[in-house]
Design a protein around this ligand. Sequence first.
Ligand SMILES: [Zn+2]
Ligand SMILES: [Zn+2]
Length: 446
Amino acid sequence: MPRSFALSALLLAVAVPVAAQRKDAGDELGREIDARMELVMPKVVAWRRDIHQHPELGNREVRTSKLVADHLRSLGLEVQTGIAHTGVVGILRGGKPGGVVALRADMDALPVTEQVDLPFKSTVRTQYNGMDVGVMHACGHDNHVAIMMGVAEVLAGMKAKIPGTVKFIFQPAEEGPPAGEDGGAPMMVKEGVLENPRPSAIFGLHVWPGPLGSLNYRAGGAMAAADGLEIIVKGRQTHGAIPWGGVDPIVVAAQIVLGLQTIASRQIDLTAAPAIITVGMIQGGNRGNIIPDSVVMVGTIRTFDEKMRKEIHERVTRTAEEIAKSAGATARVTIPSSAASFVTYNDPALTEKMAPTLKRTAGEGGLIVINPVTGSEDFPSYTQTIPGLFYFLGGLPKGADPTTAARNHSPYFFVDEAALPVGVRSMANLALDYLKSLGTGKTADR
Ligand SMILES: [Zn+2]
Ligand SMILES: [Zn+2]
């Protein structure tokens, strides 16, 4: 993204932008959300800037989590802290009987040195895996935290009218915990955030460089399952001038790279879902005239369908092993799973039910159905247990070129705070519309 946005103009414009003033606010509760949101927006903007200026890496969100917990307590919520290291859960029990819904925000930043010229630019540095690094909210989680603090304040203000319970889940380490530590969504679930009370659905959002104030979503596989890939090809060392004296693992590795590409292009049904197999690193040998003993290949596999994911893993293993075998070498294939190994899957029935809410609450950019996103999330750790909907909030400043705008994880990543009201509005309405859809009967525990 161009580095020279008229940020000062943006910064002055804390007044609630157009999106908040849209006419279609839905029913009475929807109108009350809008009115309360306008009051809370200056705080949301201030929280976002504060959190942006004080980013913390995964499992180290001490300051952020205290800010969240203090705020939730001040609103009168039941607050649990120290979950999965720094996680916070706030429970808002409405004045009317009903079901339970969960909202999730992630709190961690990345080891990136900020290059955006902002008055609240991060200058924080810390140690990460033994290295001195800059820390930046380069994935925009500062916005997620501020939005959800705002949603909590809006909904707490109308507590008496809420039919059911809203559970606010503030999660550490979405980007993965530091080496040797547990963390993130899987650990939150393990530590019971989906119990007592148990929500029957969960919603989460992510900022990205989409049209300003737009909401972007798709039903079914929305974000990829990301699996690591490691292949060790073992040949037999020989002189570079006498290849017949050994088994060349470099040529075998080259054949494997090409063979793997035929899996996505020739062997799976690409009309059902896309798939990506990338070898991003090959290491072998140290001299031009020595054929080495072995080669290590490291890559990533992205899939959008659980059945296809398993099938691709089998084909990757078979392809590498059989190609190696044909040359008299061996290939040992490892596909380690992690918190990112699940597809971010938007439950089709839930998505269909909530789409009108997204449409109503989207800002000027409107509601946009998107293609699958090949990035991954640890949000599916929640949706392994309960249905969920994960959507995107466009934060690209007006006039910025989407084709060259910095993407998430860039040191130039920037979210226009004019998108924040749409975040608050959409999440608060999703929670209430969902609870209303459950009614006050015994559907509560469904
Ligand atoms: Zn990220
Ligand atoms: Zn993120």
